[in-house]
Every structure is written in C-alpha cells, then in structure tokens.
Ligand binder design. Structure first.
Ligand code: ZN
Ligand code: ZN
Length: 475
C-alpha cells in the first residue's frame, strides 16, 4: 500500500438535513478526491462529524421543544442516509456529543496551547428577554473588517474573525431586538504569537488564490487573540478551563482526530491509531472559505504546538452555491434537499452536475430548470451509451482503434485536475463531459481503450456508471 491520507469535511451543524449547498462545497469534493486517491492505491480515511457544540443547534431545537443532543442524533442519522443516497462514501461521521474521544482530543489541544492561554474580561452582547449571549447563531452585527452582516465568530463574507470590541451593536436573532453590551470572564488564546510560524507552513503550499490572499492579511497581526471559551454558550465544558464552554471552532482538529480514533477502534483491520495519526500521514481538509480562520490558522497553530500527529495539511476551500440567486439556508428552508433530488435522479447525475458547477473559486447559482435540461440532453444519452458500451468493451477485447488518440487532450486535462496540488472536481467533471461528448459524437472512436479511459476518468465522479464498464470488463 502506498501512503496514507486523512481527508476531512468541515462538520455540518445538525440542525437540518444536507442540501445541495453542502454537497457542492466540501462534501462531494472530499469524496471525489478520496475516491481518486484510493483509485491510485493510497490508503484513505474520509471523516467528518456532527457539530453538536455549535450554538445554531440549540437555536433550532429550543423552539422545537427538543433537547439539543437528542435532536442532533436524529439529524445525524438523517445526514448519514443522505450521504448514502449521494454515494458519499464516508468512513466516519461521529456524533461529537456522544464521544469520549472528542472530549479527550479537545482537552489535548487545550493542553498543547495552555502556555498561550490567559483568563481575561471581554466584551460580549446579551439579550435579557431571551436570556442569551450574542455568540454565533444568536446575534448578528456588522463585520468590522468588511462591513457585511456577520455574527461575532467569523465573517461568512471575508472569513476574518470580527473584533467584537469594534462591533458597535448587535441584534438578537431570537427576538430581533438590540442586544446590550456586557462583559464576561473568558479564556483567550494569544494565537497571534504563532502567526510567523503558521505563515512559514503555508509558504509554497498549493492553495486556491482566495485563501492565499486571505492568509496574507489575516496573519499580519501577531498580537491577535482568539477567545476560546464563551460563558453561557453551547460549547464543551472542560475542567482545565474551569468548566467554561470551549467553543466549537477551537475543536475542529480535535474532532477529526476523534473520528480517526473512534473509527479505528471499531475497524482494527484498517490499522491502529498510532499507525494513522503520525507524521507520515497527509491531511487534506475541505472547507468553506468562511472556515479559513479556524482551519488554516487555528488548527495549524495547534499542530505546531503538538509533537504528535500529522503535520499541517493542505486546505481546499470553496465559495458558496446560491439557489435562484439567494443564499441556501437550512434555517429558512431555502434549499434543494439532496434526499429529494435523489428520489428523482440517479446519484451519478446529481454528482456530475454538482461537480461541474461547483463554486470552487467563485459563487455559483443553481437553477432547477438548467439541471433538468442538462439531465435530459446530456446525462440520459450518456448513461444509455455507457450501458451499451459495457458490452462493446467485452466483445471487442483489446482492439486498438482511434490511431489519432482524440481523447488524449481531455485525459491530460483531467489528470491535472485530479492531482492533489491542482485538485478541482469542476475541472475533472468538465474533462469527463468533454470526453463523453467526443465518444457520443463519433461512434468510430468508441473503442474499448477509450471507454476504459472514460471509466478511469468517471470512477470518482460517477462511480455507478464507471462500474458498468469495469464489471463487464471483469467478466
Ligand atoms: Zn467580514
Ligand atoms: Zn432576544
């Protein structure tokens, strides 16, 4: 076996099922790269978890009159089913609130950076009538860096961590009334002390341009601090932080580590934890651009203070998908649910279209009518041709046709985008559609060699169609 990779998906909040916005972001991309790495013979774990310590969860469960973690368990099961419907082949999708591994890993990273953590009094906002603080999902103001509407945790637009001392006001998301300013004692991490070393880690690492530009500005202030506990919030309470809730953004790397340890305990045939969680394993993180601070700065700083485990990995960011021009929103129900799509269309069709129009470096817009047209005019004829080609591959044996090798250019383009350093599922999908058009347009080049090449290119994107070619071949 070649080397080991741990591929991670930013944990979704279990406040509703997965929609096309999730899929077009980290979920499908991480699955496609994992499948591609396995195709090349690497040993791969694909992991994520339900983000039970996110304050959007109690915000959702409270009006439903449900206990947050009980509700989260039901939603997590729903998400797992949805991933199965989309053929997202995840190894572990942990329930954070049920996991001792998660608690231990979180405590581990707190210990690693304890020298840089201090207790101090900080400004927060509070709504007396709703009895809630303005953390995360409960309050919104304006980002002091870019001016757009944001919570106090991380700005969805510019991905910076807003400086709450420079946010003049905040609105309560439960009652829509202004929140009042107050102060709490909280633990803050002098994370900026690590910035020069974090910048060094990222130097010469492949990444999308928006992330490199972001890091250039976000790593400039070495005096920056990151409040890591939020009295009155939904975080995880640990003795070493005097039971103050540790917020979820600090714990992502801990969550991924917990996924690996709990998965391997149940699957010892895949190797031991020490076998995986060491400096030979490569981490690849898929994340929305708005999670850049926690992942590319916070977790890298945690890793630099930790002699164990894999070195800082690679960060593959995405922008957002819109639906008919408006943001996807679980809380407002403005979404295309994957389970609904999967009830009407083959998983391969949903995967290929989602990959093709993935918002990798720019915001994209989903329109159902465009998908329907693409499905009937492109995907359906392709799937029928693959059904027929399966038998052609079997009948023709290894005959070499197509001396001009007209599919070579598509294949080379696909290879480039299927590599780790230049990974792009949109680029892979575009090349696959390109070779599909060539084969469907000229039956003369539908040679076994070209269909096998097609299957190689399709395997990570359209696993069911690729399997038709391979299974007939194997008979
Ligand atoms: Zn901003
Ligand atoms: Zn309120």
């Amino acid at each position: 076996m070649k080397g080991k990779f741990i591929v991670t998906i930013t944990p979704p909040t279990p406040n509703g099922d997965l929609h096309l916005g999730h899929m077009s972001g980290p979920f499908l991309a991480a699955d496609v790269l994992s499948r591609r790495l396995k195709q090349q013979g690497y040993d791969v774990l694909l992991v994520s978890y339900a983000d039970d310590y996110q304050s959007y969860l109690p915000r959702k469960s409270k009006p439903l009159r449900r206990q947050p973690f009980e509700f989260a368990r039901l939603v997590r099961d729903m998400m797992l089913n949805t991933m199965a419907l989309a053929d997202i082949d995840i190894d572990c999708f942990l329930q954070a609130s049920d996991s001792d591994d998660y608690r231990q890993a979180a405590a581990h990273y707190v210990t690693r950076v304890a020298d840089q953590v201090v207790l101090r009094t900080g400004k927060v906002f509070y709504c007396a009538s709703c009895e809630c603080y303005g953390y995360e999902g409960f309050g919104r103001g304006h980002c002091n860096w870019c001016g757009t509407s944001s919570d106090a945790s991380q700005c969805e637009h510019c991905a910076r961590m807003p400086d709450i001392n420079q946010m003049p006001s905040m609105t309560c998301m439960s009652c829509q009334q202004p929140m009042v300013e107050t102060s709490v004692e909280q633990y803050v991490w002098r994370v900026g002390e690590n910035y020069p070393a974090v910048a060094q880690v990222h130097k010469n690492k492949p990444m999308r341009q928006c992330l490199s530009e972001y890091l250039d500005t976000a790593l400039s202030d070495v005096s920056e601090v990151w409040p890591i506990t939020r009295p009155g919030d939904a975080g995880l309470q640990l003795d070493q932080l005097a039971q103050q809730p540790l917020h979820t953004w600090f714990m992502g790397l801990a969550g991924y580590q917990a996924c690996v340890s709990s998965y391997l305990r149940e699957h010892p045939e895949r190797g031991s934890f020490a076998h995986w969680w060491n400096d030979q394993t490569q981490l690849i993180h898929f994340l929305g651009f708005d999670c850049s601070y926690s992942h590319a700065i916070g977790y890298v700083a945690q890793q630099l203070n930790d002699p164990q485990g894999p070195p800082p990995g690679q960060f593959i960011t995405n922008r957002f998908l819109k639906l008919n021009g408006d943001d996807f929103s679980t809380s407002r129900g403005h979404a295309v649910w994957i389970r609904d799509m999967a009830a009407h269309y083959p998983a391969d069709a949903i995967r290929l279209y989602t990959a093709l129009f993935a918002p990798e470096t720019a915001v994209k817009n989903f329109v159902q009518a465009d998908f329907d047209l693409w499905f009937s005019s492109f995907f359906t004829p392709l799937a029928l041709a693959v059904d027929a080609a399966g038998h052609a591959v079997l009948d023709a044996g290894d005959v070499e046709a197509d001396p001009f090798d007209s599919t070579e250019a598509c294949y080379q383009r696909w290879c480039e985008h299927a590599s780790i350093s230049q990974f792009s599922m949109a680029g892979m999908a575009d090349a696959l559609c390109g070779i599909s058009d060539l084969l469907l347009g000229r039956s003369a080049i539908q040679s076994p060699k070209n269909w096998l090449r097609w299957a190689e290119m399709a395997q990570a994107l359209c696993p069911q169609l690729a399997a038709i070619i391979y299974s007939v071949r194997a008979q």
